[in-house]
Design a binder for this molecule. Structure first.
Ligand code: PMP
Length: 385
């Protein structure tokens, strides 16, 4: 088809036709019985996707940044100490959001492309009492994967609430909220949840809800206050209509369809497929002679890849050539190394065919920019898995 492109950035992604069709369905009342049923079912499905049977889901119109605010606004009281395990740009953002709600923030950092060791994080937890700790499961600016189970175990040991920014991970990377004792995980619709942008999705476990209920200060945001949203979420799940602020009806139609597809695939199969896609993409860029931002494969995400440009290849020219070959990739995002790398998203419904097309277009772009490599080596590496 002329003009058709493949959107392979780390969100928004390519969406399934059934999901897009739901976006175009006639909008009903947000208190209509059929919508109440569908919203209630979506909340139940979210618990299964987050693997958090005792969690409280919140579905609120907004982007991933609102999801960060929902966690910070409701868990932080003025003067609370928060520890940010920082692996890139979105760790910086979480720190700013926490501070905005009155937290005293400390950070544990690593060189770009690395992640703080568990010993470093433990040393920070030992040095001062914290109310909560945050980590970015996949920092979309570096493609670094956090050790969520390891960090969660530390948080439990030190009695600290653990909040995971899973915007680039939930429904792609392995995440077991209840088994690993993650207190809050949050995401946005446009990534591995595979729904167009516009939904902030938060799952709060029992310890997080207890901390919320024990607050002594009012929540400093009206729209983000769980006190306003909790009765609404409980009502919809109980199949009763309720109103606080108008829900994005069509996005919730689409969410219900996508969650149905995700659960039909099954979480274990989905984690495995993302691991395979991640490994295949890393094999391909290596075969083309490219490095990557993550310092090792062990700390590299499976939902995206962050390849470094080879010598002589300039980002804008390369991305334009890849675009002309039918695939849209993303430029660098981390301010320090922005021009040194690009980003490929491979999450949600992405399959091996999409990855082959992407690696093929990447080869075309590299060749057009004068990089010397064995043509077809990247595509062969994807096939080799
Ligand atoms: N956290 C991470 C890890 C992200 O990748 C993003 C978006 N790229 C955000 C937070 C912010 O989400 P949004 O752009 O939807 O506000």
């Amino acid at each position: 088809m002329k003009g058709r492109t493949l959107l392979m950035i780390p969100g928004p992604i390519e969406f399934e036709p059934d999901v897009l069709q739901a976006m175009g369905a006639p909008t009903t009342s947000h208190v209509a019985a059929d919508f109440v049923e569908l919203f209630g079912r979506s909340l139940e499905r979210l618990r299964q996707v987050f693997l958090c049977p005792d969690g409280q889901p919140f579905v609120v119109a907004g982007s991933g940044t609102l999801a960060l605010e929902l966690a910070a606004a409701n868990l932080v009281e003025p003067g609370d100490r928060a520890l940010v395990v920082n692996t890139g740009y979105f760790g910086d953002r979480f720190a700013v959001v926490l501070e905005r709600f009155g937290a005293e923030v400390s950070q544990v950092r690593a060189p770009i492309g690395g992640r703080p060791t568990l010993d470093e994080v433990e040393a920070a937890l030992r040095a001062a009492p914290y109310k909560l700790m945050t980590a970015t499961h996949v920092d979309t600016s570096t493609g670094v994967l956090a050790d969520v189970p390891g960090l969660a175990a530390l948080a439990r040991r030190y009695g600290v609430l653990f909040v995971v920014d899973g915007v680039c991970s939930v429904a792609g990377e392995e995440l077991r909220m209840a088994d690993w004792a993650v207190d809050v995980a949050l995401t946005a619709s446009q990534k591995a949840i595979a729904v167009p942008p516009g939904l902030a999705l938060v799952m709060a476990g029992p310890r997080a809800m207890d901390a919320f209920h024990q607050r002594t200060h009012p929540v400093a945001s009206y729209y983000a206050d769980w006190g306003n949203w909790l009765p609404i979420m409980q009502a919809y799940e109980g199949r009763r209509p309720a109103y606080f602020a108008t829900p994005p009806v069509n996005l919730i139609y689409a969410l219900d369809v996508s969650l149905g597809q995700i659960l039909a695939e099954g979480m274990e199969a989905r984690f495995r497929r993302h691991r395979e896609l991640g490994a295949a993409c890393r094999r391909a860029i290596k075969a083309l002679g490219l490095g990557q931002v993550p310092l090792s494969d062990e700390v590299a995400a499976n939902t995206m890849t962050a390849p470094r440009y080879p010598a002589g290849v300039k980002g804008p020219e390369f991305l334009a050539k890849v675009r002309a070959a039918g695939v849209i990739l993303a430029s660098g995002l981390h301010p320090t190394i922005k021009d040194e790398y690009f980003r490929i998203g491979h999450m949600g419904p992405t399959n091996r065919g999409d990855l082959l097309a992407t690696v093929g277009a990447t080869e075309t772009g590299l060749a057009a920019c004068g990089h010397r490599f064995e043509r077809g080596a990247g595509v062969a590496a994807v096939m080799a898995g």
